[in-house]
Design a protein around this ligand. Sequence first.
Ligand code: ATP
Ligand code: MG
Length: 428
Amino acid sequence: MEVIKAPRGTRDVLGDESWKWAHVLDVCRKTADDFGYSEVLLPIFEHTELFSRGIGDTTDVVEKEMYTFIDRGDRSITLRPELTASMVRSYLEHEMRRMPQPVKLWSAGPMFRYERPQKGRYRQFWQIDFEILGVSNPMSDLETIDTSMEIYRRLGLTNLQVLTNSVGCPKCRPVYREALKSFISSSPGGLGGLCETCQGRFDRNPLRILDCKIPRCKELTESAPSMIDSLCDECREHFDSVTRGLSRIDADVRIDNRLVRGLDYYTKTAYEILAGELGSQNAVCGGGRYDNLSEAIGGPHVPGVGFASGIERIVLTLEGQGVYIGKKPEIDVYIVTASVDAAIEASALAHELRSVGLAVDLDYARRAMKAQMKHASSIGASFVCIIGGDEMASGAIGVKNMKSGEQMSVPRSETAARIASWGEEMVK
Ligand code: ATP
Ligand code: MG
């Protein structure tokens, strides 16, 4: 029988990497606290309708990428592909409108999308997600961009580029939609020059044609009219405030006319943050404003803005840029024992050393002392405590400093203090 493997597009994040994730999440949590976001733990599955209405059924995510199934109660359930719709649902369900506005929320966890797996693109991946709900002030758009940049700054990432655009609102977007459609129709290749997917998008969601990664579609729309030129006064003013604010934060910002969110409830600001180290999956963050999303899922008007950033891509960028984020936590002390009695003594000693804050591990496999010593050095233990026959008889413990090779016999009651002072010297 073949051994069962993890499903395609999923991966086990093992100990040599998972500590980096914990570090990223620690930085996010601290930044969230410093910026006044509170954490919400959201369900991993939701009613399918939340996403088909809240992301939009002409998007790739809803059309092709969702993990949807009928549960035993005959409900259509979907593993969440993103968090914004759930955040807004939670805001509505818990009547957060009654709280002082805006409400700033954040969350993190695994998302699920049926995509073609490649580096930086998985079927299960983690996102952090930050949202500001209840206000339409452009300064809140700026605050979300600043939040994400602050997280990256604290992590030590550099060379990030912020791309921004405005996708207008249901008032001005139809004007642009028509301008784009007539540009495409009257271009030399015409509609037929586009890929099949884009031909399908032409009537349903033409803005997404600008988002197509296929070279001939990119080429055809290269000199397409820019959304910025079609903005209504309100959207233009909003966009100007955001770009003026962005010029004051320490970031490389570029206006990108091709950056779109094709649906009516995405309004005004759209942004992405790119990291060159990621190759073709170069977006580390995607965000924007969605003033009409709440209504799309059956709620009252609740403006909102926020972003999501992929943890795998953050970690890949950290590695790609060679950022030093500390070391995998190591064991301070490994206890080597020679007999069953010594092992019992060892577990009492381990308890004592751990209670003063040392990281301790010991042998359970009753291996030879030499094998135990080898294990201690392979896991990078700084000290080894040895409890052999002599030590059992004398009540002392052999302590070996693995870095210097120095070894001494220490009275049992002084072991913790001796290791601690040796440790301090090593730090010096
Ligand atoms: P892309 O264009 O790369 O598919 P997207 O526009 O679908 O990204 P969003 O829905 O805006 O991405 O999600 C925000 C962030 O989540 C992305 O910028 C990326 O960092 C991360 N992300 C999205 N999809 C994946 C995936 N399949 N695997 C890993 N990370 C992902
Ligand atoms: Mg995608």
